[in-house]
Design a protein around this ligand. Structure first.
Ligand code: FE2
Ligand code: FE2
Length: 290
């Protein structure tokens, strides 16, 4: 995925002011893996933002995490859920807020509600797939969820900063019945994955989250976090299956099996995941509620 032409360099310069990750999320990305991080430091960092704190507590008490007793303080949330969950939760909530719908925006061919619905579905499926392999598999299901939720974030950035290009690609995809990723390649020479890579370059994201954002359409391009990328790639494909149609689902899952095999996942696991999607979507919807 190398489109380092001069034209593309110029294009990057035009969006040089890509949004930076807000302070709290950015600090959190850095301190979570530091040996000196404590529940106190993490909780006091998050507590600097009242609205973020309230959202974290709301999520911590939601059916999505299924904690049997109520979590009343941020400190408790950090202790009970752990650093990783708080980190992925804050990252998801922060990015969702950064790219919230602008009510006054002119009509656009990009449907942001459908976009977040697809993203959430991909996140839910990625988390379920990661859980299926949890026993002998290092990928954290919460990181898989976060990567799934943010995997197409490059598209929202294009909608906000490069919308003439992006709309051309959307119309081209529709007219030719091809995926947006292919249309971007054909007529722009760069894709939402390249944009995600520019965007997150300074964000210090965990590699297990960053790599799927960049390689989810071309998992063979990944040289690190290969399993995290593959899970997101499969989840993205599965999220587009019409699960109401049994024959279509069966065919799609059979086709996916060779891709899933390196992860130790077979068609039975994939069907189990499909069966769990509706309930999990219900629980996870709290992530994208305004
Ligand atoms: Fe994508
Ligand atoms: Fe996608």
């Amino acid at each position: 995925m190398n489109y380092n032409t001069e034209e593309l360099q110029d294009k990057i310069k035009t969006i040089a002011n890509l949004p930076t990750l807000p302070h709290i999320a950015s600090r959190l990305m850095r301190i979570v893996n530091s040996p000196s991080a404590s529940a106190d430091t993490v909780a006091s960092l998050v507590s600097q933002d009242i609205s973020l704190s309230a959202k974290v507590l709301r999520l911590a008490n939601s059916a999505f995490y299924g904690i049997p007793r109520s979590v009343n303080t941020l400190n408790n949330a950090v202790i009970i859920l752990g650093f990783k969950i708080i980190q992925t939760m804050v990252l998801s909530l922060t990015v969702f807020d950064m790219f919230a719908e602008d009510e006054n925006k002119p009509p656009s061919p990009f449907d942001r509600d459908a976009f977040w619905d697809h993203s959430l579905r991909c996140a839910v499926i990625a988390r379920l797939l990661a859980h299926k392999r949890k026993r002998n598999y290092a990928l954290d299901p919460e990181e898989a969820f976060c990567a799934g939720l943010l995997h197409d974030i490059g598209k929202v950035v294009m909608e906000q900063y490069l919308n003439t290009d992006f709309h051309k690609a959307l119309y081209h995809a529709r007219a030719n019945n091809i995926p947006v990723f292919e249309a971007e390649k054909e007529i722009l020479g760069y894709t939402h994955c390249d944009v995600a890579s520019w965007l997150t370059g300074t964000w210090s994201l965990p590699e297990e989250i960053e790599q799927p954002l960049v390689c989810h359409h071309e998992p063979e391009e990944a040289t690190i976090c290969v399993d995290a990328v593959l899970i997101c790639h499969i989840a993205n494909i599965m999220s587009k299956i019409n699960t109401e149609n049994e024959t279509e689902t069966g065919d799609a899952l059979r086709e996916l099996e060779p891709k899933a095999k390196p992860l130790g996942l077979y068609s039975g696991d994939l069907s189990d995941v499909v069966a769990e999607i509706p309930e999990e979507m219900e629980r996870a919807s709290i992530f994208i509620k305004k």
